[in-house]
Design a binder for this molecule. Structure first.
Ligand code: FAD
Ligand code: AMP
Length: 474
């Protein structure tokens, strides 16, 4: 006899666990299966995000930023600290404890909501059966609906063989037990820049090798240029147009070969982080005959409601098309759980915010100026520099700007872009405005508390129509 559920979710990352919780809140009988094992062999819910992504990286970003501020900024505030020392062991212990608290929280949430959490590998069989292989052997479960939320894994380069010690991925790079003297990073994407920043602040000499000539092509280029300037000032050596051809461990170092416009080069680093993107993970997930199809890049094919080609099989998160972001997966998971219960559900893919957690932070929603220009829709732009923000000055964090791109015809807000302090928090206002189809005038007429960083968005909106009060109307 197999156990029968209304919903089985495979994967308990930020796409899978919210799907399971919402489905249970919708009075459905739910099981959530996850195989994640930490380096010590213990199982943990939470997926990449909680165990090896969003959360541990933000814990280290915070710690490393505090260290750097104590070193470089406290004196400006009139705070004298004697000699400053780094205790990386304690910093890493805190990172691990933040992760543990959050992953344990999912166990609690599962219990509180009546989700049956099962640790082991799940494989979909035809007829909506799921075979789970765990520590105590195999068992077959059955469900009216199955949600696939198996996530993604780092892309590896064949010519840069991963060994987990010297040539590492983002997970290994969050767990270094010493600050590398010289650190190489392949890929100037979000993950490469965040990890490069952490270790730079803690004292590494960091070289980032990026194959593309353009820096952060997905980011509004006014913002990307500003970011590049700040990262250079912080000592991140970002080499654009530098394609890594191979790397090999030699003794206790890594020899890296790369090619740029000037020819071939070699570089020796103590550790090399490969951060060249992530790919959907579907290993041993689908048995023959399930009817679930993959696209040419390995993503599970779904429609706008995350339905796969197989009846009552859904897929959400990094394993399907769209940006590989935790909050995108979460909203897809919740939508599917609501649709299964017969409720309304949708995801507005046009207003998914993106954040790069460097210092200054970079955050945006909607279209870049380059995208609007390419669409041929007449547009207007407003900006406001944090240098003119009283709050940013008071915080000693006056780098960066807010920028709004709006339509000339009907004043629709098309994109909001921020580089600066707490940009990731500030962008929520922009997301809400765009979700409710706000016009630029709506933001102009909205009262923003003074003195707050959010005034930068207000002033950028005013600047769109050259009405800024605290900024120069150019
Ligand atoms: P995952 O989180 O990958 O979870 C999938 C889960 O399914 C895993 O636990 C896996 O073990 C399990 N699984 C897979 N196959 C099976 C199977 N057959 N049986 C059982 N279990 C299975 N995103 C953000 O939005 N903000 C950030 O700040 C951010 N920072 C990041 C930093 C780093 C260093 C990295 C690597 C990623 C970061 N991301 C961030 C991306 C984010 O982690 C992913 O978008 C998110 O985790 C995707 O969620 P998911 O649930 O689809 O997949
Ligand atoms: P992302 O997908 O945002 O994580 O970014 C990964 C980055 O790695 C992209 O900007 C790629 O151009 C870059 N990249 C991929 N392969 C190489 C390589 N061999 N050498 C240098 N950069 C690379």
């Amino acid at each position: 006899m197999s156990d029968v559920y209304d919903v089985i979710v495979i994967g308990a990352g930020p796409a899978g666990y919210p799907a399971a919780i919402r489905a249970a809140q919708n009075k459905l009988k739910v099981a959530c299966v996850d195989e994640w094992q930490n380096t010590d062999g213990t199982y943990a819910f939470g997926g990449t995000c909680l165990n090896a992504g969003c959360i541990p990286s933000k814990a280290l970003l915070e710690s490393s930023e505090l260290f750097q501020r104590a070193k470089d900024e406290f004196a400006v505030h009139g705070i004298k600290v004697g000699s400053l020392a780094l205790d990386l062991g304690a910093m890493q212990k805190r990172r691990a404890s933040v992760v543990k608290t959050m992953t344990n929280g999912i166990n609690t949430l599962f219990k509180a909501n009546g989700v049956v959490g099962i640790q082991g590998h799940g494989r979909l069989l035809p007829g909506n059966k799921v075979v789970v292989k765990g520590a105590d052997g195999e068992k077959t479960l059955e469900a009216k609906n199955v949600i696939l939320a198996s996530g993604s894994v780092p892309v590896r380069l064949r010519s840069v063989p991963h060994d987990g010690k010297y040539i590492v991925d983002s997970w290994n790079a969050l767990e270094f037990d010493a600050v590398p003297k010289r650190l190489g990073v392949i890929g100037a994407g979000v993950i490469g820049l965040e990890l490069g920043s952490v270790w730079r602040r803690l004292g590494s000499e960091v070289v980032v090798l990026e194959a593309l000539e353009q820096f952060l092509p997905m980011v509004d280029q006014t913002i990307a240029k500003e970011a590049q300037r700040h990262f250079k000032k912080q000592g991140l050596d970002i080499k654009l147009g530098a394609k890594v051809s191979s790397a090999a461990v030699s003794g206790k170092a890594v020899d890296v070969l790369y090619t740029d416009g000037q020819g071939d080069h070699s570089l020796q680093v103590e550790k090399l982080i490969v951060a060249v993107g992530r790919r959907p993970y579907t290993q041993e997930l689908l048995a023959e005959g399930t009817g679930v199809e993959l696209d040419e890049r390995g993503f599970i094919k779904v429609d706008e409601h995350c339905k796969t080609n197989a009846p009552n099989v859904w897929a959400v998160g990094d394993v399907v098309r769209g940006p590989m972001l935790a909050h995108k997966g979460k909203e897809e998971g919740v939508m599917v759980a609501d649709l299964i219960a017969g409720n309304y559900g949708e995801v507005n893919y046009k207003v998914i915010p993106s954040v790069i957690y460097t210092a200054p932070e970079i955050a945006w929603v909607g279209q870049t100026e380059e995208q609007v220009k390419a669409s041929a829709r007449p547009y207007k732009v407003g900006t406001f520099p944090f240098a003119a923000s009283g709050r940013a000055r008071a915080m000693e964090a006056a780098a960066g700007m807010a920028k709004i791109v709006s339509a000339k015809d009907d004043d629709e807000v098309l994109g909001i872009h921020v580089i600066g302090p707490m940009a990731g928090e500030l962008i929520s206002e922009a997301v809400l405005a765009m979700e409710y189809s706000a016009s630029t005038e709506d933001i102009q007429r909205t009262i923003h508390a003074h003195p707050t960083l959010s005034e930068a968005i207000h002033e950028a909106a005013l600047n769109v129509d050259k009405k800024a009060i605290d900024g120069l109307n150019r």
